[in-house]
Design a binder for this molecule. Structure first.
Ligand SMILES: [Zn+2]
Length: 418
């Protein structure tokens, strides 16, 4: 899948022409278009921590860094800078769970150009890509020179291998910021905003659903522009405290009435009869969320996006929940567009996004990544402990819990091995 990129301004552009310089855009390929977005503060910090060169850290902090999801066992993202794939950031388990960054060959070339760094050199002329080499490297990767080419050597744990060889010169690109990205996409942002407001006004919506996440924030904001006066917050009782506070504050910020609904029977009394929710059996969505909407009638604005719902296991396929009809004004938005809109309107957003969370539902949702579940132990130790103790009481070992195995009824093959 592809999106536009303005090489001159060094920003992604979601139209034919860059609104900042007026030039037509080039296309770059991403693995997962719907998920592409700017790196969060948390992710930028991880990258700066994992890349051991000051000049590279400085370079990254002055450019738009984009991330795009890769299939994998847990958190795994392609890191894009200057419109090319710079490397992969992932959460992996070898001896223990940890963060790892590995550059691409081209990324290694950029690092070499910025720093002059090379760890060793290899005889030129040979076909090195994919070969095992007789070298010891201490970290996950090293940069090798082969004539005028730069090779990336990776430590697989068992041996050292040449993963990629890059031979073309790489030029450094212009500095770019979030502000440039907003200006470069201004035509598209205005068009989409008008369209969103129009869609909502046509339906005469009464409510806007608001979970405290970025998608429902944007759809609520559009609903607010369209004249909708009521936001509906389904509080499962398993919300992060940051989410509750953000929901209250943002509704107040907009001056809309907040209707907060809670399940009659809470999760902790339901879990004993229904069992631990898993990816295959997420009974909690219906019990803690959808059932609460039964008493509302009319039209509700919802922040569902098609790129997100492809992965959602219980995505509503109908546009009706009880007596409610739903309208999806940001259905075609990419994650990048949601963020662009938040930045463009300078809206506050849920602080959890900068704390290492991407999915802001319940704090122990089985859809969470293990990277997020481990993060919970650090950011919210009491919430973590409550769920940890419940899982231990239910018979899971410490290792099974920390490997996130409780999230499945039937483990995927790759996870069975760890
Ligand atoms: Zn431009």
């Amino acid at each position: 899948m592809e999106i536009g990129y303005c090489k001159k301004c060094n920003i992604p552009v979601l139209g034919e022409r860059c609104s900042l310089c007026g030039l037509p855009v080039q296309k770059i390929r991403f693995h997962d278009l719907g998920d592409i977005r700017p790196a969060s503060k948390f992710e930028l910090e991880k990258l700066r921590f994992l890349i051991p060169f000051r000049d590279v850290k400085n370079y990254l902090s002055r450019r738009v860094v984009l991330l795009s999801r890769q299939p994998g066992l847990d958190y795994r993202k392609d890191v894009f800078i200057d419109g090319f794939k710079f490397g992969t950031l992932e959460y992996v388990k070898d001896r223990e769970w940890r963060w790892r960054f590995i550059p691409t060959g081209r990324g290694a070339m950029l690092i070499h150009i910025l720093t002059g760094h090379e760890d060793f050199s290899l005889k030129s002329g040979g076909h090195w890509k994919g070969k095992k080499i007789d070298r010891h490297i201490t970290g996950d990767w090293a940069i090798a020179r082969i004539g005028k080419c730069i090779a990336l050597a990776v430590n697989t744990g068992e041996n050292v291998r040449i993963k990629d060889v890059y031979c073309r010169p790489v030029q450094t690109a212009r500095r770019s910021s979030i502000k440039d990205m907003i200006e470069g996409n201004l035509t598209m942002i205005h068009k989409k905003e008008r369209k969103g407001v129009e869609i909502i006004q046509k339906t005469g919506a009464d409510y806007a659903a608001f979970s405290g996440g970025k998608d429902s924030e944007v759809s609520l904001y559009l609903a607010h522009l369209a004249g909708v006066k009521k936001a509906v917050f389904l509080n499962t009782g398993l919300e992060f405290p940051e989410t509750e506070r953000f929901v209250y504050n943002f509704a107040d910020f907009l001056g809309v009435e907040l209707i907060e609904l809670r399940p009659k029977k809470d999760f902790w009394s339901l879990v004993n009869e229904k069992g631990i929710p898993t990816k295959e059996n997420r009974w909690c969505t219906a019990y803690l969320k959808l059932n609460l909407l039964k008493n509302l009638r009319g039209v509700i604005v919802d922040g569902m996006r098609k790129y997100e719902s492809l992965r959602r296991m219980h995505a509503p396929t109908t546009r009706r929940i009880g007596n409610l009809r739903t309208v999806y004004p940001i259905y075609n938005y990419l994650s990048l567009e949601v963020w662009l809109y938040i930045y463009y309107r300078q809206l506050p957003y849920n602080p959890l996004y900068d704390m290492g969370y991407e999915r802001l539902g319940c704090y122990m949702c089985p859809s969470m990544l293990n990277a997020e579940f481990h993060n919970l132990k650090r950011t919210h130790p009491q919430l973590f402990q409550r769920w940890y103790r419940y899982l231990r009481k239910s018979g899971y070992s410490h290792e099974e819990i920390m490997d996130g195995k409780w999230r499945w009824n039937t483990l995927p093959p790759k996870l069975r091995k760890i």
